[in-house]
Design a binder for this molecule. Structure first.
Ligand code: G1P
Length: 294
């Protein structure tokens, strides 16, 4: 019997340098994909996977994230008085339950491994999920669920630790964490190795770590002692490599689409893809796009 995955960690302290100047005063996680902040899409994905407690590792200049997941009394009061029921209901539907969010700060940008470690006291001694907020996933495969729900299903089957992966061309692997593939069952496979930002031409596969993880709490003690790795940062991948000496890791090939909204092209593609799925927008957006493309 596996323990239920109740808590998810969202590392949201990143500076968003790939998206300046848009992210100078607006956190990159608050840029919108159609009508929802990027981070709301990622929280929705976590909710779908059964997550009950949302742990945000924030940093300076990110206070607006906390406000987004709180009541906004004046706004809600005004919407109600003006009879804007649809808008009011939409806000209420997104509001996390009282006490279901926690916020802690990563005081210095020391890397993803350090950001996850900052959540150790809030997560405690239970397996948990990590969702990197740049990556927005969309259900499009036969299984019709987003990435974290597919990871939870794999966790219930295999136990241990889970990493979602996706395929990129070999010449892009140096930008990511990459896994080595063992016994392969298609939708899932055994991970036999991993490396963060491998030098060009050295990656063990073209399956990159795509920003969704389920990890045992044992990772925290490892991260506490983790030396700096690629880019001079404390890397989550390096911590997972150590944990993999003692515990199993499985990869999940996500059946759906992933958009890297931290890059300009990925962000634009996410907006296009979500707009084309939005019942209120899809037809007119498609028509306008056709005109634009000539
Ligand atoms: C992080 C992870 C990396 C992963 C990537 C996905 O890298 O360290 O393993 O492949 O996210 O976006 P970063 O994008 O922070 O350099």
């Amino acid at each position: 019997m596996t323990k239920r995955i109740r808590k998810a960690v969202f590392p949201v302290a990143g500076l968003g340098t790939r998206f300046l100047p848009a992210t100078k005063s607006v956190p990159k996680e608050m840029l919108t994909v159609v009508d929802r902040p990027v981070l709301q899409h990622v929280v929705d994905e976590a909710k779908e996977a059964g997550i009950e407690h949302f742990v945000f590792v924030t940093g300076r200049g990110k206070a607006v994230i906390e406000d987004h997941f709180d009541m906004s009394y004046e706004l809600e009061d005004t919407l109600q008085k003006r009879g804007k029921k649809k808008e009011y209901d939409a806000l209420m539907a997104d509001l996390p339950a009282a006490g279901a969010t926690s916020f802690t700060r990563q005081q210095a940008p020391l890397g993803l491994g350090h950001a996850v470690w900052c959540a150790r006291d809030i997560v405690g001694d239970e397996p948990f999920a990590v969702l990197l907020p740049d990556m927005v996933t969309m259900a499009s495969g036969a299984r019709k669920s987003r990435c974290l729900a597919q990871c939870v299903a794999a966790y219930e089957k295999h136990g241990g630790n889970i990493i979602a992966v996706e395929e990129v061309p070999m010449e892009e692997t140096h930008q990511y964490g990459v896994v080595a593939i063992g016994k392969d069952e298609g939708a899932t496979f055994e991970i036999t190795g991993m490396v963060e930002k491998p030098p060009k031409g050295t990656a063990p596969s073209t399956s990159i770590i795509s920003g969704r993880y389920i990890l045992g709490p044992e990772i925290f003690d490892i991260l506490e002692k983790q030396e700096k790795g690629a880019g001079g940062e404390i890397q989550l991948t390096d911590g997972m490599k150590t944990l993999a000496k003692k515990q199993a890791f499985h990869g999940v090939r996500f059946d759906g689409r992933t958009y890297d909204t931290g890059s300009k092209l990925g962000f634009l593609m996410a907006n296009a893809a979500f707009a084309l799925q939005n019942p209120e927008l899809a037809d007119s957006y498609r028509a306008e796009l056709k005109k634009l493309l000539g």
